[in-house]
Design a protein around this ligand. Structure first.
Ligand SMILES: [Cu+2]
Length: 177
């Protein structure tokens, strides 16, 4: 097969440009782990379960670039018998988990579900959360609808709250919300 040289040299810059654009788009798409309408879902994780552990908690960050607020209203997963949305409250100096009907996602803002606060609660695990695997979950938002996502299983000792979080906001800031 022969190529017409002048044609190829004319096409080459266009091809290179296309390749560059392609790379650019791939880059921006991977900036968010999952997207749904104006919502970007990032850093979805659970801790690996330890033997005998029956429940687990999932965390994620939700960026809402839309001009309207939304609300995370439910979650479903085969990995647990029941999945609820929880927060943590402190009563008489004791931190307790409480079920909530939803997690508000304000417009043009970033909402974080993180240890010590809102979380996706996996009750009665149907199998262990194994480090290095993912837990498929369907998240349902009031306006944006449903999206299937994967929570990455981190080591059982993983605790991002003890590092960057507190460096930025000071100890315990997450509990004041
Ligand atoms: Cu909980």
């Amino acid at each position: 097969m022969k190529f017409d040289r002048p044609l190829m040299s004319a096409l080459l810059p266009a091809l290179l440009t296309a390749a560059t654009l392609c790379a650019t788009f791939t880059g921006s798409a991977s900036a968010a782990d999952f997207t749904l309408a104006g919502l970007e879902l990032n850093d979805l994780w659970v801790r690996a379960s330890v033997p005998g552990q029956t429940n687990g908690a999932g965390y994620l960050q939700i960026n809402n670039s839309a001009a309207t607020s939304d609300r995370l209203v439910s979650a479903q997963a085969d990995a647990a018998t029941r999945v609820e949305l929880h927060t943590v409250i402190t009563e008489d100096g004791v931190a307790k988990m409480r079920q909530v009907s939803g997690v508000d996602i304000p417009a043009h803002a970033s909402t974080k579900l993180s240890p010590g606060g809102f979380h996706v609660m996996f009750l009665q695990l149907t199998g262990p959360f194994r480090q290095g695997t993912v837990v498929p979950v369907v998240l349902k938002f009031e306006k944006a609808g449903e999206i299937r996502v994967n929570f990455t299983v981190k080591p059982s000792t993983y605790n991002p709250g003890s590092q960057q979080e507190q460096d930025m906001h000071g100890h315990g800031a997450g509990m004041k919300h």
